[in-house]
Design a protein around this ligand. Structure first.
Ligand code: SAM
Length: 282
C-alpha cells in the first residue's frame, strides 16, 4: 500500500482544497471500491483523478488496462513512482471535463468501467458527463459526498428526488454500495462520503423523442420543484402549445393538474416528453 504521508513529504506536496484533493488512505476501503466495480482483466478502467495512485494501483492489479486522468501537474512525478511497476496504466495530464472520452477508450474490445473517488467540486458535472458521453461503459462506481448519493438513488415522491435522480435512472440502475467515514482520507474532508454503483440499463422510448428534448423537459420541471408542472414546465417559452397542451398531456396520462416533478418516474417523464414533442395539428 502506498504511504500517502511519505509520498507527500518526499515531493513537498501541499494538497489543494479547490481541486477536491482528499486522498484515500484506507486500504480496506480501496479494496471494497475495486470489489464493488468487479474489476477483472477484461476491463478497461477509466479513473478520474488518480491523486498519488493509491486506488489506481489496486485497479491496475485486477484490470486489463487503466487510463487515469489527472489535472494537477504536480502529481505526475509521484504517480510515475507509485505506478511505475504497472505496465497497464496510462496517466493523462488533463481536465476530465475537457477530455475526449471516446478517444481515451477507443481500440479496447473488452468492457469499460469508470471508477473514481471524485473531486467534490465537480461531482454532478462529471457524473452527468459520463452518463451522457456515449462511451460504452457497463458500470460506473463513484465515491462522492453522501448527500449526492442520496440524490442519485432517490425514488419519486421523496425529498431527495431531483433532476439528477431522473437522469441517473434514465441511464442506469443506481445502488448505494457503502458509506465511507471522513477519517479514511488525508486531509479529512468536511463531509461524509459514500460509494454508489451505477449499472447501465436502457429504457425504451419512441424514435421521435430526442434525448435533448427529454432532458429539457426534466430540467424545466425541476427548475421550481415546489410548483406544479403546469406552473413550471407549462410556462416555458419553447413549449409548443404551452400550458393548455401540457394540461391535455397530463390528462391523457391519467395525472392530475397538481402533479409536481417530484411525483414522476423516469418512465413517466419519457411518456410526458413524447406527448409534448409530437407535432401539433395545424
Ligand atoms: N484517487 C485519489 C484517491 O482516491 O486517493 C485522489 C482522489 S481526490 C478526491 C480527486 C483527484 O481528482 C485529485 O487528485 C485532483 O487533483 C483530481 N482532479 C480534480 N479536478 C480534476 C479534473 N477536472 N480533471 C481531472 N482530475 C481532477
Amino acid at each position: 500500500m502506498i504511504n500517502t504521508n511519505e509520498i507527500l513529504s518526499k515531493y513537498g506536496l501541499k494538497l489543494t482544497k479547490s481541486l477536491g484533493q482528499n486522498f484515500l488512505t484506507d486500504a480496506n476501503i480501496i479494496r471494497k471500491i475495486v470489489d464493488t466495480a468487479e474489476v477483472d482483466e477484461n476491463d478497461l478502467v477509466l479513473e478520474v483523478g488518480p491523486g498519488i495512485g493509491a486506488l489506481t494501483a489496486r485497479l491496475a492489479e485486477r484490470a486489463g488496462r487503466v487510463v487515469a486522468v489527472e489535472i494537477d501537474r504536480r502529481l505526475l512525478e509521484p504517480l510515475s513512482e507509485t505506478l511505475g511497476g504497472y505496465g497497464n496504466v496510462r496517466v493523462i495530464h488533463a481536465d476530465i471535463m475537457k477530455t475526449d472520452l471516446r478517444e481515451l477508450t477507443t481500440g479496447w474490445n473488452g468492457s469499460l468501467k469508470v471508477v473514481s473517488n471524485l473531486p467534490y467540486y465537480i461531482t454532478s458535472p462529471v457524473i452527468m458527463n459520463m452518463l451522457e458521453s456515449g462511451i460504452p461503459w457497463s458500470l460506473l462506481v463513484f465515491m462522492v459526498q453522501k448527500e449526492v448519493v442520496g440524490r442519485m438513488v432517490a425514488l419519486p415522491g421523496t425529498k431527495d428526488y431531483s433532476a439528477l435522480s431522473v437522469a441517473v435512472r434514465y441511464y442506469a440502475d443506481p445502488k448505494l454500495a457503502f458509506h465511507v467515514s471522513r477519517n479514511c482520507f488525508i486531509p479529512k474532508p468536511d463531509v461524509d462520503s459514500a460509494v454508489v454503483k451505477l449499472k447501465r440499463r436502457s429504457l425504451s422510448q419512441p424514435d421521435y423523442l430526442a434525448r435533448e428534448f427529454l432532458f429539457r423537459v426534466i430540467r424545466a420541471s425541476f427548475s421550481q420543484r415546489r410548483k406544479t408542472l403546469l406552473n413550471s414546465l407549462g410556462k416555458q417559452p419553447w413549449l409548443e402549445g404551452g400550458k393548455e397542451r401540457l394540461r391535455e398531456a397530463l390528462a391523457r396520462m391519467g395525472l392530475s393538474e397538481d402533479t409536481r416533478a417530484e411525483n414522476l418516474s423516469v418512465e413517466q417523464f419519457i411518456q410526458l416528453a413524447s406527448e409534448l414533442c409530437k407535432k401539433m395539428p395545424s
